[in-house]
Design a protein around this ligand. Sequence first.
Ligand code: FES
Length: 154
Amino acid sequence: MLSDSACKQIEDLISKYPQKRSALIPSLHLVQKELGYISQDTMREVAEIFEISPNEVHEVTSFYTMFHRNPVGKYVLQVCTNISCQLCNAEDIMAHLTKKLGIKPGETSADGKYTLLEVECLGSCGTSPVVQINDDYHEELTPEKLDKILDSLE
Ligand code: FES
């Protein structure tokens, strides 16, 4: 359930736009920051605030990979496997992560630390291959560089 503070912040966001609906995406970011993910119940709450159907909120959360509709780990690793990254060995990066973390794309490690996701282009094709870990981009990756980054998260 959304906190009073989150509801207040959403109302503040809404007041900044000429059309209420324009505040939907920033509001969903806010909600995810507070709750970690956006559940069906939360989508209903948000829909009520925006006076739209829960399905419309679902459409937005399912279109953008940055929104999580299920609980995720402390660190969310989004591996781009689109064409530029694919040409720069993104498959090796993904294979390395699945082996090292013991999870497949779409899964969360048993300790709740890592969630591994396969995503479309992250918009950083010139520095492929790219993995986004929470809010940070890690570019021109190799398995060795990735190991160092993971060690720094311990
Ligand atoms: S294809 Fe991977 S960042 Fe664009």
